[in-house]
Design a protein around this ligand. Structure first.
Ligand SMILES: C[S@@+](CC[C@H](N)C(=O)[O-])C[C@H]1O[C@@H](n2cnc3c(N)ncnc32)[C@H](O)[C@@H]1O
Length: 246
């Protein structure tokens, strides 16, 4: 089952419809941050801090944060890394970006960040524009991840670094079984009640279970042209941090 397959006989989508995923985020934006904290038991905060730590030390860096959503990755980086002069947040969901803009105001970061609406598969910036790019829990939502990776590679300066955070599945059999139970049987029901959207947190487990991770995702990064690719599983492998350079 992949992102856009359709059951011809009954005309219903078999898998998650990734092309329209941003519409779902447009609906659930109010509870998005709360559910992130809840479902990851607060781990998402430390995952974002890990991304911030891996930004290079060179001064005056310009960062592009793709699938920026409510902006938490970019905000964490701007607060932790003074050498990042400016961040551009980029996402398809108008409501998620609106939320991010309000958070930037509250955190007095509007002089170092701006947000733009758009599709990561077709990035509206010139080649060699950014010193670093980040994308947290976004690439899994994109219909053609290789196309988006090639776009990320294009807009990065030579020597620039990309950091991608994405959900994955634990390799240990027992941990994996327990995590799948959590993804399939707990998250969709609790998510439906709190977000008031019965599809959103079903979509989450379907996309996690069908998206390549570990070496398979590193192979996609290599196809897109990245070098020095590496990955680190986080929290027993429920998420993975990928790195690559241009
Ligand atoms: C799970 S959220 C991640 C948000 C944020 N990076 C974080 O760490 O909380 C995924 C985001 O991807 C965005 N998105 C989905 N498809 C996209 C696309 N083709 N281009 C850019 N953003 C996209 C959604 O609108 C949503 O805000």
């Amino acid at each position: 089952v992949n992102g856009n397959t359709t059951n011809q006989e009954i005309g219903k989508p078999l898998g998650p419809n990734k092309a329209d995923s941003y519409r779902m985020f447009d609906r659930i934006y109010k509870r998005y941050d709360l559910l992130n904290r809840l479902f990851s038991f607060g781990q998402d905060i430390s995952w974002r801090k890990k991304v911030a730590k891996e930004i290079d030390n060179t001064e005056d860096q310009h960062l592009l944060d793709l699938a920026s959503g409510t902006g938490d990755v970019a905000f964490t980086i701007l607060k932790k890394r003074a050498n990042v002069a400016y961040a551009q947040g980029f996402d398809m969901s108008f409501n998620m970006l609106n939320c991010a803009k309000q958070k930037a105001l509250k955190q007095s970061l509007t002089n170092r960040i701006a947000f733009t609406q758009g599709d990561a598969s077709s990035i509206p910036y010139k080649k060699d524009s950014f010193d670093a790019t980040t994308m947290a829990f976004g690439i899994r939502n994109i219909v053609d991840p290789t196309k988006a990776l090639k776009e990320i590679h294009r807009v990065l300066k030579t020597g620039g670094k990309t950091l991608i955070l994405e959900f994955s599945l634990p390799n240990n059999k027992l941990t994996r079984k327990l995590h799948l139970f959590y993804l399939r049987k707990i998250i969709p029901y609790v998510g439906a009640v709190i977000s008031k959207d019965k599809h959103a947190y079903r979509y989450l487990n379907e996309t996690i279970e069908t998206f390549p991770y570990g070496q398979d995702f590193c192979d996609l990064m290599a196809t897109a042209g990245f070098k020095n690719i590496s990955h680190t599983p986080l929290t027993l492998g429920v998420a993975t941090l990928y790195r690559g350079t241009k």
